[in-house]
Design a protein around this ligand. Sequence first.
Ligand SMILES: [Zn+2]
Length: 195
Amino acid sequence: MSGWTEGEYSLVREARDSERGFLEDLDQSCFRQRAPIILVCCSDWKRRHDIIQHTAALRGYRPDEDPETHALNWHGGVIRLAPNSPTNLIPKTDEMFLQEVVNALRWTKFRDLVMYAHWPCKQATVAGLTVEEVWQASMSGRDRVVERMSGSVTARTFFHADYENLQAGKRSYYLHPRRCVSWLTQARDDTSHPR
Ligand SMILES: [Zn+2]
């Protein structure tokens, strides 16, 4: 039994493959080579290891090297940073997590922030988020950290998809910010003005 609906699967395919898509395959250009990172990603034990190993390899670290990854693994990852996120049941949880990220940046002096959401993610589905709302929360969460750090960090947002029994394995994508915002704006317009 897959955690995906057919609609979710086709939406992700469209966001990846269509002309207006914004999910880009990862390569080395997504990361500063051999730079330590703050990693924000879900603690999900079935996917976390894949994310750390994959990003380490693309950042130029060999499997036997310390990947210099300072990880903050709150359930759901970057979506917990979105203001008023329904994934946070306790008031000001987003503020608390934001402070954790800011502390990590200040204490390590790392300047590269790699922020992940993933699907299927229990934290997101329990809160009733759709895939599109996960992308929206990913962008909001990222913007928030950049704003708080006055633009002094490089923060990039990624989406990990575990296609499970859909035979496509696990894949990670970079959310191209401008294209993603344009997609989400159009999705909102379509919802408020149904054709
Ligand atoms: Zn998760």
